[in-house]
Design a binder for this molecule. Sequence first.
Ligand code: BEZ
Ligand code: FE
Length: 277
Amino acid sequence: MSASTHVVANERVATVTADVIAALHAVLERHRVAEEEWQAVLRFLTDVGRHDEFVLLSDVTRTSVLIDALSHESDAPDATASDVEGPLYREDPPWRERPVKIYEEYEGIGDGDLLFVAGQVTSADGAPLRDAVIDVWQTAPSGGYDLWDPRQPAYNFRGRFGVDEAGRYEFETMVPQPYTVPTDGPVGRYLELVGQHPWRPAHIHFKVDADGHERLVTQVFFPGDPYLDNDTIGAVKPALVRPLKRSEDEQALARRGLDRPFYTCEFDIRLRPASLG
Ligand code: BEZ
Ligand code: FE
C-alpha cells in the first residue's frame, strides 16, 4: 500500500492519539526534558507493564476517576453513582447462597466488627429488579485483600449472589479498614518520588448486573474515615458514603443469634435502564 492510499483504520484512535502526542511533546519542551530523563520514563513504563500495574498507575494518577466521570456524566440522576473498579477484582468469585456470608474465619482475622450490608436493587424508577446479581469484594479487617494475605482462603471477602423477589439483598461481612494500594512495585516508587501517600479509605466494591440495565460498578464508603477527603485515587463521592449503625441491645443480638455487637449499613442500588443511552 502506498503512502497516498493509506486508509486510517480507526479515526478515533488517530485523532485522540495525535492530541496526546502533541500534549506530551509540549510538556517535554516546556520542561526541557533530557535524554536520560526520557529514558528513565521509558524504563519506568516498561517496569509498570512487567508488574501488571497499568491499572494501578491509572488509578493513583486519578486518570481512572476522570474516565469514570466522563463515561457517566449523562447517567440518569436517579441512578446510583458509579465508581472506579480498581485492579483487585477477581473473575469468577464464588456464588454465595442465602444467608449470604462472604468470608471465612482465618488465623489472624483479629477481632474486627461484624457488618451486615443490606438494600434493594431497583431500576432508576424504583421498580424492583428480582434477577439482579451482585458481586462484592473488599479487604479483611486485617491483612488486606485475599490476594495479598496467604493466611486467608482464596476469594475471602468476595462473593456473588442474587436478590429476593423484591430485589432485596443482605450479606454478612466485617467492617473493612483503610489500606494502602500496593507500594512494592514501580507505582509505589512513583508515589514516593512525587510525595503522594498510598492510603485509601475503607470501602466495599460492588458490581451489579440486571437484565435490560447498564452494569453498575461502584464503591461504598463510611463516614469518619481519615482518608475520606484524601483518597489516594480520589474516588470518594459524597453520594456513596453510607452510615454504619451499631446494634448492641439484647433483642437485636438474639434476632441474629449473635453474642457480640454488630453494625448494619443500608445501600439501595438503582440501575440505569440500558435504553437510556
Ligand atoms: C481498590 O480499591 O481495590 C484499589 C483501587 C485502586 C488501586 C488499588 C486498589
Ligand atoms: Fe478496594
